[in-house]
Design a binder for this molecule. Structure first.
Ligand SMILES: [Zn+2]
Ligand SMILES: [Zn+2]
Length: 360
């Protein structure tokens, strides 16, 4: 099969002919229809999170099951599925209390790969999926069957950007109606925090981004106000919209420590800062703890929107079918696998909400 392989960090991907094994027990093979490009792929491909190469990245995917391994009963060949990086055992300490996104279970796929290059050498499955390829083999917990009503490119976005952004608001922070909310970063993840906050009844709902095209999208996704820090004072702007106090919740949907520090300036006494974006390993942020304790503020991290796939994905599909969840509007452009480096460059330049690789 064709796959986009990274052989050197920071270098372009190379399209190669890669061998993919049959699924082993508990695993599923999927013919991918679409795989979106997420900022996490770009950070990983820069080498900022370490790891070894060669690797196939891509983790925001959807496709059709072609083969199931022994013991798999949740899907069969022909089922359309969302393919995610969320791998969970269902029985460990975390899974047992409804936190499968931080599952501590062990799986053969943590130690083995199902991909090999033409010379027979192992190729890693990056970010647990390896979605920049025509087929993927993943653990069965990573997929959710969906209805035929969702176009595959839209469905792929459910695998990461949508659940990460929206889940941070409705699962991790679990905001109340009428909460004042600001979202820093209005890309593929932040827009979903905005639409999650909109669905949850946030008021006001403030989108913050340096790019005017993203602020325009923020309005479409439910923001009541937008602020561009390059032309306006963000702290003053948010205070002016929140009776001078600051926001109940600030979601930081970019992997920037500067944005996270800025976020702390925007929460009210008793308010919460929710860190959604992932920074490079080793980066640190600083803040004045005396203010933080004096004003009883909170910081929380949100990994993958605290998503429980089998509960959240079907609900999101229902919302999409009712016209209440925007997915199609998140897609900026569709690319063939051969043009993946161009698709990645457009994401890096801030031109895209989500660029999606589509397969024949
Ligand atoms: Zn588990
Ligand atoms: Zn992602």
């Amino acid at each position: 099969m064709k796959a986009a392989v990274l052989r050197e960090f920071g270098k372009p991907l190379v399209i190669e002919d890669i061998q993919i094994d049959a699924p082993k027990a508990g695993e599923v093979k999927i013919k991918l229809s679409a795989c979106a490009i997420c900022h996490s792929d770009i950070i990983a491909m820069s080498g900022a999170w370490g790891g070894s190469l060669p690797t196939v990245y891509g983790h925001e995917a959807a496709g059709v099951v072609t083969e199931v391994g022994a013991g798999v009963t949740k899907v069969q060949a022909g089922d359309p599925v969302v393919v995610t990086l969320l791998r969970s055992c269902g029985t460990c300490f975390y899974c047992a209390q409804g936190q499968p996104h931080i599952c501590e279970g062990d799986f053969p796929l943590y130690h083995e790969t199902r991909l090999h290059d033409a010379a027979g050498n192992a190729v890693n499955q990056g970010i647990k999926v390896a979605g920049f390829a025509e087929y993927a083999v993943v653990e069965q917990s990573q997929i959710v069957k969906i209805s035929d009503n969702v176009p595959m490119e839209s469905a792929s976005l459910l695998a990461c950007g949508v659940i990460t952004g929206l889940g941070a608001v409705v699962n991790t922070a679990d905001i109340k109606p009428n909460s004042s909310v600001a979202v820093i970063g209005c890309g593929g993840v932040g827009l979903n925090s905005i639409q999650g906050a909109h669905l949850a009844g946030a008021q006001p709902l403030i989108g913050i981004d340096l790019l005017d095209n993203k602020l325009a999208a923020a309005k479409e996704f439910g923001a009541t106000h937008t602020i561009n820090p390059s032309t306006a004072d963000v702290v003053e702007g948010v205070k002016a919209l929140t009776s001078g106090r600051g926001a109940d919740y600030v979601f930081v949907a970019v992997g920037s420590t500067k944005a996270m520090e800025q976020g702390l300036q925007l929460i009210r006494p008793g308010g919460s800062l929710v860190l959604v974006g992932m920074t490079a390993s080793g980066q640190t942020m600083s803040f004045e703890p005396v203010n933080f304790s004096f004003y009883s503020q909170h910081i929380m991290g949100s990994n993958m929107g605290s998503t429980r796939l089998n509960i959240d994905i079907p609900k999101l599909v229902e919302l999409y079918e009712e016209g209440r969840l925007k997915l199609d509007e998140l897609i900026t452009k569709r690319y063939k696998l051969e043009d993946i480096n161009e698709a990645i460059e457009a994401v890096e330049n801030g031109e895209a909400l989500r660029n999606v690789i589509v397969f024949d």
